[in-house]
Design a protein around this ligand. Structure first.
Ligand SMILES: O=c1ccn([C@@H]2O[C@H](COP(=O)(O)O)[C@@H](O)[C@H]2O)c(=O)[nH]1
Length: 236
């Protein structure tokens, strides 16, 4: 996969999302459908966007007992998505169950890339220790969860680009790192804590960036997307 910029389609409904897509006039994009849009529009939206030539990252962050996650993953695999998520906090058995479910449900033979959320990019070191009561450093925790994800047979993790290099070093250079929390220098951080620019994400070695509001709320979304893509990939 060629260093994608994945656009987080955090819209209230299909109409708003598709109004946004008109700025891209038929271009094939990598679109992340999260809980808000999926709970409103369901699998038909995902199938339609796939048919239109977009790649789909269905980001539902499964987190439950292994049997429930396996059964949910089996259903999810039938949508033909390109990438999906579970929470690493569910443990190795839960993540392995998700992989089993995806394998059972995949009808085309193309298994979606499954990545585990290590620590949300809205979590700070302080919050992790004081609220979540995790006694290790944020970086050690992220790397530990990434190792668990590898043991469970997942393809990679969701983390901040700040941790991508350590994951490559300590888990595997080919372990896929998907990194949200991307902001241009001038942007507000909003609710994100571990934030980097596209240029920095590139230098830190992340494989894919996820960008929502910096594109979706920009005055000119297409221009914002192109600027981010150029910073992230360099001129093509
Ligand atoms: O740790 C995580 C995991 C997922 N996300 C998702 O990425 C986008 C980021 O949106 P921005 O508007 O660019 O902040 C959003 O859909 C999150 O659900 C994340 O941010 N951090």
């Amino acid at each position: 996969m060629n260093r994608p910029v994945i656009i987080a389609m955090d819209f209230e409904n299909r109409q708003e999302a598709e109004r946004f897509l008109t700025s891209f006039s038929g271009e094939s994009l990598f679109l992340k459908v999260g809980m808000e849009l999926f709970y409103k529009e369901g699998p038909s939206l995902v199938r339609d966007w796939k048919r239109e030539g977009h790649r789909i990252f269905l980001d539902l962050k499964l987190h439950d007992i292994p049997n429930t996650v396996k059964r949910a993953a089996r259903q999810l695999a039938t949508f033909g998505v390109d990438m999906t998520t579970v929470h690493a906090a569910g443990g190795v058995k839960m993540m392995a169950a998700a992989m089993e479910g995806l394998k059972e449900g995949t009808t085309t033979g193309d298994l979606p890339i499954c990545v585990a959320v290590t620590q949300l990019t809205s979590t700070s070191e302080e919050m992790m220790k004081e609220e979540l009561y995790i006694a290790h450093s944020l970086e050690d925790t992220v790397v530990h969860y990434a190792n668990n994800a590898k043991r469970a047979g997942l393809h990679g993790v969701v983390c901040s680009a700040l941790e991508a290099g350590h994951i490559k070093e300590q888990v595997s250079p080919s372990f896929y790192t998907v990194t949200p929390g991307i902001r241009l220098q001038s942007d507000s951080h909003d609710d994100q804590q571990r934030v980097v620019t596209p240029v920095k994400a590139k230098s830190l070695g992340s494989d894919a960036i996820v960008v929502g509001r910096s594109i979706t709320t920009a005055d000119d979304p297409k221009a914002a997307y192109e600027k981010i893509k150029t910073e992230w990939r360099g001129k093509e």
